[in-house]
Design a protein around this ligand. Structure first.
Ligand code: BES
Ligand code: ZN
Length: 613
């Protein structure tokens, strides 16, 4: 097999030899053929004497020709074998010239199999008027949209000119400039973008559709189809407050605009921190702002992830662990409630336990720093980097003197590494250099075990459980009650709990041995949980129903997995159905029926979960 980079097990590129320093995209969106076509100009810099080739990552793109952008002379290239997840290595022969820098122009088009893009027919949108297109490049899908050095080790500024039909709004992970009229076709517009801050390729993003916006803050708009725009503006009205809280923690927000885009329901994640334009799932629209912590999370990435970036996907916890940590700081500050932060941390630790023990069976992906040689990061994805990373940071915070001290460290960490890509050892070295007077304390941390051991974190901190107690009490009453003791429960049981606590109450029961069908039926009769629209509550309630083998719940589960495609919800529900013999064929049948409409990544992951590949 063609060698992958020694620096990044998921990329062929060799930025240590020849590095891309800027990227200009000139593309046209063609909804009929479901392609982006045009070219990309890559400014490159030779890093060593005698370097003759530029190595790029690509996946399923068709290349028409490659030229020297300065004089249009064709350049020779070879395209390696298709390796699947990692795509094909593209080796371009650089012009023989005395200068160490060049601009390479790759004329190409994406293919309908492009894994970064989902194309929707008008019927699949809320308004049903226009087609829709969106990208998801993290972790290694950018190469299917743009030939590039698809490694987070390097960062480049980019510009884009994107031609699209007039009634389609195009947005990207960049600052928007005024669109230009098309020189020869009055039905088209040329949308222009500029991202001046250098970013890794996984943060390149594009969306096109029948979009509207509402202003929700001095530097923020929410974008979505007009059917949802008012609702979205209300749900995310705390955005500016969150940004300001993040700034107080980590320093100025340097990206200019912070907009939100609410995607169609097939968007596979809760949120994605595309610079200047966070993408979120419509399942956050709960009506009561109770799921807006995902926005706090994506805002936090503007520092941890987008400014300080993991050098490769093995160090993904640097992105997500720090971001969880900051997210929970923001949430606690907005509620002025430290106990709430620890309640969320405790819930996270419980979820981590299920993930590590039940889903990942204490296997190799339960390491904080996994070995990703030959591994598609989508296959290794789990909450481990999020929650194990968070646990390590919370543990260190306590060990090193508490929030005031540790928050200063975080700010210094961002200041030190902003606009760089780093690995866990650089993080650790900085920790040691920052806390010079606490070397002994730091030496008491078993670093190798934290970084490389499989299974649960070495230490689970003792969290404040004041908000957890009522959830736990109620869940324990339900698990321990015998079937003739069910009259102790009444509809008022939930009224003193917040929606996050109801979510936690159900989560605790999901982790217990299955409740009997009688109990689950009683619970529905009293609490009317089938009527709850909050996606996090609904998700856990449906899991509980499947575990109790309630047949009537199966169609409700299918409705939920068919009407949205957030993998966090869809994958465990399919797995639960798969684990119930009677429901297994129904799950497989439902998947076969709907996979054509699903996001590529969701369909690929589900096929694996259902052991169909
Ligand atoms: N960057 C991630 C999403 C992601 C990770 C996409 C890896 C592709 C590969 C995003 O910031 C995220 O973590 N989203 C979470 C939100 C959450 C933890 C609050 C999600 O999607 O659930
Ligand atoms: Zn994240």
């Amino acid at each position: 097999m063609t060698a992958l980079s020694p620096e990044d097990p998921c990329s062929f590129s060799r930025p240590d030899e020849c590095k891309v320093t800027n990227l200009d995209l000139i593309l046209e969106v063609d909804f009929d053929s479901r392609k982006l076509c045009g070219y990309v100009d890559l400014s490159v810099q030779r890093m060593k004497d005698g370097v003759q080739n530029l190595i790029l990552d690509t996946r399923d793109v068709s290349i028409q020709k490659i030229t020297d952008a300065d004089n249009c002379q064709e350049l020779k290239y070879t395209l390696g074998e298709n390796t699947g997840s990692f795509g094909s290595k593209l080796e371009v022969q650089l012009p023989v010239s005395s200068s160490t820098s060049n601009k390479v122009r790759v004329h190409y088009e994406t293919s309908p199999q492009c894994t970064a893009l989902q194309w929707l027919r008008p019927e699949q949108t809320a308004g049903k008027r226009q087609p829709y297109l969106f990208s998801q490049c993290q972790a290694i899908h950018a190469r299917s949209m743009v030939p590039c050095q698809d490694t987070p080790a390097i960062k480049v500024p980019y510009t884009a000119k994107v031609t699209a039909p007039r009634d389609i709004t195009i947005l990207m992970s960049a600052v928007r400039l005024e669109p230009e009229p098309h020189p020869s076709d009055s039905c088209k517009l040329i949308h222009q973008f500029e991202q001046k801050v250098p970013i890794p390729t996984y943060l390149i993003a594009i969306v096109g559709g029948d979009l509207e916006s509402r202003t929700i803050g001095p530097r923020s708009k929410v974008w979505t189809e007009k059917e949802m725009v008012e609702e979205a503006a209300k749900e995310f009205s705390e955005t500016e407050k969150m940004i300001q809280t993040a700034e107080a923690l980590l320093g100025p927000y340097i990206w200019g605009q912070y907009d939100l885009l609410v995607l169609p329901p097939s968007f596979p994640y809760g949120g994605m921190e595309n610079p200047c334009l966070t993408f979120v799932t419509p399942t956050l629209l709960a009506g009561d702002k109770s799921l807006a912590d995902v926005v706090a999370h994506e805002i936090s990435h503007s520092w941890t992830g987008n400014l300080v970036t993991n050098r490769n996907w093995e160090h993904f916890w640097l992105n997500e662990g720090h971001t969880m940590f900051v997210e929970r700081k923001i949430t606690a500050r907005l509620h002025d409630n430290e106990a709430f932060r620890q309640f969320l941390a405790m819930g996270g630790a419980k979820e981590l336990e299920e993930e590590i023990e039940v889903v990942l069976k204490n296997g190799p992906y339960t390491r904080l720093i996994p070995d990703l040689k030959g591994v598609d990061p989508d296959d290794a994805f789990s909450i481990v980097p999020y929650e194990k990373g968070f646990t390590l940071l919370f543990y260190l915070e306590t060990l090193l003197g508490g929030p005031a001290v540790f928050e200063k460290f975080l700010k210094a960490y961002v200041e030190k590494f902003k606009q760089q890509s780093i690995d866990s050892n650089q993080w650790k070295d900085f920790l040691y250099s920052y806390f010079t007077d606490k070397r002994e304390v730091l030496d008491s941390v078993e670093w190798d075990k934290w970084f490389y051991d499989q299974g649960m974190p070495l230490v689970i901190p003792k969290y404040d459980d004041s908000l957890e107690v009522p959830c736990k009490q109620l869940s324990q009453r339900w698990s321990s009650a015998s079937e003739n003791e069910l009259d102790q429960f009444n509809p008022g049981d939930l009224t003193s709990l917040t929606s996050v606590q109801v979510r936690e109450f159900l989560a605790l029961l999901v982790e217990e041995p299955p409740l009997s069908l009688t109990k689950v039926l009683k619970m529905e009769e009293l609490y009317n949980l089938n009527a709850v629209r909050n996606s996090e509550v609904r998700f856990r309630w449906l899991r509980l129903c499947i575990k109790a083998q309630w047949r009537d719940a199966i169609p409700r589960v299918l409705d939920f997995v068919n009407e949205q495609g957030r993998m966090k919800f869809v994958r465990p529900l399919y797995r639960d159905l798969y684990g119930w013999e009677e429901a297994r064929p129904i799950a497989i049948q439902n998947f076969q029926t709907h996979k054509g409409e699903m996001h590529n990544t969701t369909a690929t992951m589900l096929a694996k979960d259902l052991k169909l590949t």
